[in-house]
Design a protein around this ligand. Sequence first.
Ligand SMILES: [Zn+2]
Length: 116
Amino acid sequence: MKGARGEALLALEVSGELSLACQRCLEGIRFTVDIDSRLELVPEGAEMSQDELEDDSRDFLPVAGVLEVAGLIEDEILLALPVAPRHERCGLPGAAEAGERISPFAGLAGLKGKPN
Ligand SMILES: [Zn+2]
């Protein structure tokens, strides 16, 4: 896949439902994963301009040799998961459904596109 500038792009889409354990009551919580990322592949160690590094609309993925796609997908899913999943209120019937939906992207957005 090529982007508008002819750059190599990796389109990563992951969706599905996971069952996590509530950190308070240990009952299950359903968590929907919906990842849609566009990563620009750049050779590892490539010189990047300051403009490129500061462009929050682009995500760069340094690649050395063979791209480990399976590990990459795993990393993206782990990033999307809440660190400590909890029901909004534990022990109530329907608590899992009524619980506040945690946006996985609120935390993820802050992590992406930064050089460090
Ligand atoms: Zn709970």
